[in-house]
Design a protein around this ligand. Structure first.
Ligand SMILES: Nc1ncnc2c1ncn2[C@@H]1O[C@H](COP(=O)(O)OP(=O)(O)OP(=O)(O)O)[C@@H](O)[C@H]1O
Length: 325
């Protein structure tokens, strides 16, 4: 969790128009400019504590990007940097081509942090009214639909709602803003399975209809399978995998075989597990492997679990750079 506390970032932003940088004349994002681009990105909270380091990746506009990683990997830090609620310590995180916060990019970005900051004394109706007043492109229909699906009373005070109901209000605000980039930090964690399913449907429809880029972090891997068309695996503050999940899966193989005499091609094993006489290994290669192996394409869950179980070796250059800092 980060210390991002800016209230209702989902509704922040200026009342003026939309940037033309990275956008077509009608305001929809152009495919040419990535929604997000990290160049040598690092964030250090304390002197010796890097939450993210040496991150290089691109998320093309219009993608639903799953941000996956263990607790403390750096997912919230990444989303909070993209929301401009905190600044990088080194490198850049470009949002629609802009390296730092501008009124135009702020107007194009909506964020729901894990804290889901809302005003507890406001009613649901008052919260939506605030969204409408502060956002020129406000879409009442989509915000109202999200509220109605949860059967929330408009006169209920936000402070009296359950965690999942508050999440729904925060998502209604974010969707109502009609942003080009939605940053959602574990938005589904306190929703029941039906609400999760419904709201994932709304998000997918949003992405399909408007080309909205969505960065969504989640610990629930099946929730993202078949939904995301871009994957960022964050591990110990580094980006371990980034790209189209189908292409990433195509470049891996899950092998099973008998341990005795079974040699794996050098330098390709992400993970190797031995159970009795049987070896299972995830390889990072699309090339056929010789030997007594049975090879299948891994499922997304098998691939991610293998990476999550395998710690990233510390980079050789880190001590020198720490000393120089
Ligand atoms: N405000 C802060 N001050 C100091 N350290 C922080 C702060 N926020 C996060 N960190 C540290 O940065 C690292 C990354 O934290 P972050 O919240 O980004 O991880 P995460 O992947 O989102 O974790 P989770 O899945 O548990 O939410 C952790 O080691 C965490 O302790």
């Amino acid at each position: 969790m980060t210390d991002a506390t800016a209230a209702t970032h989902a509704i922040s932003g200026p009342l003026d128009g939309v940037s033309t940088g990275g956008a077509s004349s009608d305001g929809t994002p152009s495919a040419a400019t990535p929604a997000i681009e990290a160049v040598g990105l690092g964030k250090r909270y304390r002197r010796d504590r890097w939450a993210l380091r040496d991150c290089e990746f691109t998320v093309p506009a219009g993608r639903i990007c799953g941000v996956v990683g263990a607790n403390g990997a750096g997912k919230s830090t990444l989303l909070t940097l993209a929301a401009r609620l905190i600044e990088p310590t080194e490198g850049e995180l470009r949002v629609f081509g802009e390296a730092s916060s501008t009124p135009e990019t702020r107007a194009r970005v909506a964020c729901v942090t894990q804290e889901k900051p809302l005003y507890p004394s406001f009613t649901v109706a008052g919260t939506l009214l605030m969204g409408r007043e502060l956002n020129p492109g406000w879409d009442e229909e989509v915000a109202q639909r999200v509220i109605d699906m949860g059967e929330l009373r408009l006169d209920a005070r936000v402070g009296s709602l359950s965690g999942g109901q508050r999440t729904r209000v925060a998502l209604a605000l974010a969707l109502g803003k009609r942003a080009d980039l939605l940053l959602l930090d574990e938005p589904m964690s306190d929703l029941d399975p039906l609400a999760r399913h419904e709201l994932m449907g709304v998000l997918m429809a949003e992405a399909a209809e408007r080309g909205t880029t969505i960065l969504v972090s989640s610990h629930i891997l099946p929730e993202l399978d078949g939904v995301m068309d871009h994957l960022l695996l964050v591990q110990a503050g580094r980006i371990r995998l980034s790209g189209d999940p189908e292409e990433i899966l195509d470049s891996h193989q899950l092998l099973t075989g008998i341990a005795e005499g079974a040699e794996l091609p050098a330098g390709t094993a992400v993970e190797r597990r031995v159970r009795g006489r049987q070896v299972t290994a995830l390889l990072h290669t699309g090339e056929p492997v010789d030997g007594p192996w049975e090879s299948v394409r891994p499922s997304l869950e098998e691939l991610l679990l293998a990476y999550l179980r395998t710690p990233l070796p510390p980079p050789a250059t880190a001590p020198d750079r720490e000393a120089a800092a």
